[in-house]
Design a protein around this ligand. Structure first.
Ligand code: ZN
Length: 429
């Protein structure tokens, strides 16, 4: 009996939750837009591009070069499993040798294969980035290394880190995830799964700067990162942004000195953000993919954000399963998303003729300029007795719902909830 009552309240809360949210942000959220639902893809359409004949392994990285050609970095027959690394982060399958097949595949935006690189070089690919001069930067989490390859070739121009040796000092990486490159050739490395730091090197590979550390408490501060998983340079604003994966936020710092500048997170995007890309179009847009969350209300999908904190649109809900990286064309009209199971590369094209509804629901957005907008709208709602009553009722419903969710979560933990187990086992990749 008690359980039935509990579940009734849960269902009631699930139904009421979005209404409460919409009401509390009345005037900001377009009610026609339903980011909590699946299949929302306003303005963006998935289009076929690469033939099904390609047999990819896990596609861990994607990047777009200045000619708008697309580079995929995949793992061939390798996967990242529970026994891939020792407890000390040492790769345990070295004896299998490098991946024999080409791991870097270059396509036109129409899906025509241009070149295949990176055979017999890598053990567990992760990130790939192409700079303005067509140099290719890759990270390998098994090798704990970052490499710079010459354009359209597998020739190594620069290699940082020691083969298969993880470390915390300034000459080693530990499962580095991603690289971003400035126009002058200086570049950043997200290092990564264990060290939770970002390192800046000059074009010769000399370390200039580093920042970031692992979280130590419940609420991470602006420099405490929980797997900086991808990087994106906002060159025109002098910023570097990282997908702070397990903290569920995009963190942005100045490229010059690593000072904290801004962060982006939203209840709509959830608690795990895997990758971020940037286009200077329309004053600057960030493209973000999230991951599976413990909440069934969060759909795995991509989001388009303006730099001042508006969610401009979303794409891929219902299609994307395990997005791992994202890249955008130079004009921001095409985004590519790669996945690690099923192993797919998606192309989403923006349809300029469609109306895109803007959402400004970014409750945890910084810098602070965005907050007055929320506060102003709240005060508008408070005008008049009806508004006050509605707001009060909403607060009670929300508080009660929160209590129920906490009780349910507690119950799920005790009974070994399957989602919780899956999340724990998915912490790597
Ligand atoms: Zn990863």
């Amino acid at each position: 009996m008690t359980e039935n009552v509990l579940y009734s309240f849960i269902i009631c809360f699930l139904l009421c939750g979005p209404v409460v949210r919409t009401h509390s942000l009345r005037g900001e959220i377009d009610n026609e837009y339903s980011p909590l639902g699946s299949g929302v893809s306003e303005g963006w359409t998935a289009v076929p591009w690469i033939s099904d004949d390609f047999n990819f392994g896990q596609i861990s990285g994607v990047s777009v070069d200045p000619s708008d050609n697309v580079y995929l970095f995949h793992r061939g027959d390798r996967t990242w499993d529970y026994d891939t690394f020792t407890n000390n982060n040492v790769y345990s399958k070295k004896e299998n040798g490098p991946i024999k097949e080409a791991t870097i595949l270059i396509f036109t935006s129409e899906g025509k294969l241009l070149n295949k690189l990176g055979a017999n070089m890598f053990f567990l690919p992760h990130g790939i980035t192409v700079d303005n001069d067509f140099n290719i930067y890759v990270t390998d989490v098994a090798l704990h290394q970052v490499m710079k390859l010459s354009p359209n070739s597998s020739k190594i121009l620069l290699k940082l880190g020691e083969d298969f040796v993880p470390g915390t000092d300034l000459k080693h990486f530990c499962k580095p995830t991603s690289v971003a490159v400035l126009a002058n050739g200086d570049f950043f490395v997200a290092d990564g799964y264990c060290n939770s730091r970002i390192m800046k090197f000059n074009s010769e590979g000399k370390l200039i700067l580093h920042w970031g550390r692992r979280p130590s408490g419940y609420r991470p501060d602006d420099y405490q990162l929980q797997i900086p998983h991808a990087l994106a340079v906002i060159e025109d604003k002098g910023l570097l942004c990282t997908a702070d994966r397990e903290n569920g936020r995009i963190m942005c710092y100045t490229t010059k000195n690593g000072n904290y500048s801004a962060q982006y997170s939203s209840d709509y995007m959830g608690s795990r953000l895997f990758s971020v890309a940037y286009s200077p179009v329309s004053g600057g847009e960030l493209f973000v993919v999230n991951g599976k969350s413990s909440s069934s209300l969060i759909h795995v999908q991509g989001f388009v954000l303006s730099l001042n904190g508006k969610i401009l649109g979303s794409f891929g809900a219902g299609s994307l399963k395990t997005p791992h990286d994202i890249a955008t064309s130079s004009n921001g009209s095409i985004v590519y998303v790669v996945e690690i199971g099923p192993n797919r590369a998606w192309k989403f094209v923006y349809n300029a003729g469609t109306t895109v509804h803007q959402i400004t629901e970014t409750p945890k957005l910084f810098p602070q300029e965005s907050k007055p907008a929320l506060l102003n709208n709240s005060s508008d709602e408070g005008e008049g007795l009806t508004g006050a009553i509605l707001v009060t009722i909403s607060c009670f419903v929300f508080a009660f719902g929160l209590l129920i969710v906490v009780m349910y979560y507690s119950k799920s933990r005790k009974s070994g909830n399957a989602d919780t187990k899956r999340l724990l086992s998915n912490l790597d990749y």
